[in-house]
Every structure is written in structure tokens, then in C-alpha cells.
Design a protein around this ligand. Sequence first.
Ligand SMILES: Cc1cc2nc3c(=O)[nH]c(=O)nc-3n(C[C@H](O)[C@H](O)[C@H](O)COP(=O)(O)OP(=O)(O)OC[C@H]3O[C@@H](n4cnc5c(N)ncnc54)[C@H](O)[C@@H]3O)c2cc1C
Length: 270
Amino acid sequence: MASQLLMAKSPEEAISAKTAQAAFLAGGTEVNRLGSSVDAETLISLKKCSGLDGIESDAGYVTIGSMCTFQQLIESDKVPAYIREAAHFMASRTKRNMATIGGNIASMRRDSYMIPALIAAGAVLELAGSGGSCRIGIEEYLDKAAEYAGCLILSVTVPEKIKLMSKRYSNTAQSHAVLTMSAAVCGDGIVMAAALKNSGIYRLMDFEKALKADPEMSDDDIISWFRNWDAIRVEADMFGGEDYKRYLMGVTACDFRAGLASGSGKEVES
Ligand SMILES: Cc1cc2nc3c(=O)[nH]c(=O)nc-3n(C[C@H](O)[C@H](O)[C@H](O)COP(=O)(O)OP(=O)(O)OC[C@H]3O[C@@H](n4cnc5c(N)ncnc54)[C@H](O)[C@@H]3O)c2cc1C
């Protein structure tokens, strides 16, 4: 349990205070929850950090400060509809008033509300660390989690005009999700991503390639593709058996393909 709280007034101050024994504190909904994996002696609060809560729209892209809460995302008319939809997956308004987009990304939870939509949208993160700042795609951030663990997420940039669909499956709106999945139209193909509880967060690139190679794949072929996809390990648990989880990914991929082809993705309402 943390014994020290530092109130950083700027990103520079937050970064200079970051050590292996310290963790950033944004909304605190993950850091302070019972059973949290965040174990730090010092918490560096970002609450009073300047410049982390803006939302700017420019040249077809929206840049969202990492300290923007889920509720701010929902209430901003600059934020694309597909991000607002993912923010709504957090059903509790009380939690939405606290939880931030930066905290959600850095948590990298396997039932993440937001990360599948960000992957499908090709989101770019602006990071700052002791060695300077950089901009990287969200997939690289997830792939090289250990390398970027000490970095502060400053912002996330997403395209405004993209057709994107998301689905989240849980017993109730407040329950943990067994699967959260998103897909977006990208060029002449589809980008798809999934957060599968107790399994992992995946860019479904193998499936994207299979669909590109055979755009006429039937729904049965798609369901069978996910049943036989051996690149991931799918655990049976209280959320469902392996067959069920694979089936869920398959039928969702079918829905996304049909939905995006018929133009039902959320996009340009902003
Ligand atoms: C009952 C309950 C259920 C939940 N269910 C879900 C769920 O289904 N899906 C889900 O995704 N989340 C869930 N959460 C976790 C949490 O609410 C969200 O992930 C939330 O978006 C985290 O944001 P935060 O601002 O509260 O982060 P914090 O708790 O403040 O921080 C989370 C992590 O991110 C790091 N961090 C925060 N900001 C930054 C930054 N700018 N740069 C770098 N690192 C940073 C912190 O050091 C910490 O490691 C749940 C939490 C609770 C209490």
C-alpha cells in the first residue's frame, strides 16, 4: 500500500518523480480498487497536472488528453461517436466521472472497455518519459509494455471519420465482460481487435488476412475459422467455456462484416 502521495503540477514533474516504486494516479478506479495489481510506495497524482485534459480537433483527427474522464468523452461533441460508445461501456456514471482514458489504456485490462476500439481506429499515443517524448501506435504500446511502463501517456489521437463498430458481452451492464470487440473499415479491408477476459487483447490480423484473401467467406466459415484459430490460448472459466468464447468471437466478426458493409458503423456524428 502506498505511503506517499505526490501532487504533480506538470507532466515534467510527474515524469521526474517516476521510479520503479512509484505509480501514476489518474482517476484511481483501478489503482484503488480491491485486488488491484498496482503496488507502489508512492503515488504521483496527475489531478493537478497542467495540459492533460484538453480535447482538440484538427485536420480530421481528435486529440484527447489522457486525464479526460469517460464522462467528459461522452459529453464532448468533438469526440467521435465510436469513442463515446466505448466510454458508455463503463455503465456506472460515478465511475465515469473518475476514470480516465489514460488510466484505461495503461491498465491494459483483458476486459478493457476502450482498447479494442482504439486498436481498430489505429489510435496514436503521445508518451513522455525520462528520455524524452514520442508518438507510437497503441499496438506498439501494448506489444512493448515493459519498455513503456515508466512513461506518462500525455494524449491519444484518433481519426474522426472512420466507420467503426464495437460490441461488449456481459451478464449485466455492470458485470465484467467476457468479450469486447471492435472493427473498423480501413482502406479496402477491415481492422479487428478483441479483449477476451482471462485470455488477452488481440489485433485479429490473421482473421483480417483470411477475410481479405476470401471476402466471400460464409458466416459458417468465419465461425469455424475462430473455432480453429490456434494462435491464441482461450481459457474456460466462470465467464464461459472455450467453445463458447470462440463462437462469440466468430458471430461478432460476422456481425461486424455485415454491419460495416451496410454502413452501420459509428463515425462522423461529431
Ligand atoms: C468495480 C470495477 C470494475 C471495473 N471493470 C473494468 C472493466 O470491465 N474494464 C476496464 O477496462 N476497466 C475496469 N475497471 C478499471 C478502471 O475503472 C478503468 O480501467 C479506468 O479507465 C482506469 O482509469 P483511472 O483513471 O481510474 O486509472 P487509475 O486507477 O488512476 O490508474 C490505472 C493504471 O494506469 C496508470 N496510469 C494512469 N494514468 C496514466 C497516464 N496518463 N500515463 C501512464 N500511466 C497511467 C496508473 O499508474 C495505473 O497503473 C474496473 C474498476 C472497478 C473498480
